[in-house]
Design a protein around this ligand. Structure first.
Ligand code: C5P
Length: 229
């Protein structure tokens, strides 16, 4: 089974209020992106990894990754203005022999190795899978004036995480369709489902949170310091 991993890392980090591109912020002495790549390596799926980087910072990313002592092959590809566009560019860069694609956010450095393996196994059975966790908060749908519109029943709600795993023809077709229909989503499983394909949910972890805000970064640093991850 030929598996290729795509790591979208082209986010600007505006919500993190960081001067550096988000994927390169320091997390306990290592850049966030390097921590995430090392986690993928530990899971045995880091081989010829495609990393989407901000187009105007390719040299800096190249320098950081070359200096990180990673013992697997990686390639930098310029990302786009939205996550979906970045992932699309990664898909276009896939070699032709690839059968399965793992997409994992650079901003999720603590993904448990067993979640990655379970997502691969579930995808192998139905063609597509995503890691997710059941929502513990009640989710409110509001209008643009911040008035409550409706409250979906919590027992059906899951918070989406990555990795997401797809058979290559399924994800290629989903991105082609999304581009053609100008459909934009914040994850890739949604594109696949929009075409009617089944997507299996696999239990994620609260440790697999996405580093988005300064508080997330602070909590991530504390988890490393206390030896929780
Ligand atoms: O923006 P969001 O928090 O959804 O980002 C999730 C992941 O997608 C991050 O790892 C980020 O670097 C990446 N991303 C990207 N290209 C963008 C925006 C986000 O590769 N234009």
């Amino acid at each position: 089974m030929s598996v290729q991993t795509i790591v979208p890392a082209a986010g600007a980090g505006t919500r993190l209020k960081s001067e550096k591109p988000k994927a390169l912020v320091d997390l306990g002495g290592k850049p966030l992106l390097v921590r995430t790549l090392l986690r993928l390596q530990k899971a045995g799926i880091a081989e010829d990894v495609i990393v989407l980087a901000p187009p105007d910072n390719l040299d800096l990313f190249q320098e950081v990754l070359e200096g990180a002592g990673l013992d697997f092959r990686w390639r930098l590809v310029p990302g786009g203005s939205e996550r979906q566009i970045s992932v699309s560019r990664g898909i276009e860069a896939l070699p032709s022999h690839v059968e399965w694609v793992v997409i994992h956010d650079a901003a999720r450095p603590f993904v448990p190795v067993n979640c990655i393996h379970q997502a691969l196994e579930a995808a192998r059975a139905v063609g597509a899978a995503t890691v997710a966790i059941p929502c513990t908060d009640t989710i409110l749908v509001a209008d643009s004036d911040c008035f409550l519109v409706e409250t979906p029943e919590r027992k059906h709600l899951w918070a989406c995480q990555t990795p997401q795993v797809f058979r290559v023809d399924i994800i290629v077709e989903a991105h082609r369709w999304a581009t053609e229909h100008r459909f934009l989503a914040t994850d890739d499983a949604t594109l696949v489902r929009s075409l009617g394909n089944p997507v299996r949910l696999v239990m994620g972890s609260t440790l697999n949170f996405k580093i988005t805000t300064p508080t997330d970064l602070l909590m991530a640093g504390l988890l490393i310091e206390r030896g929780f991850v």
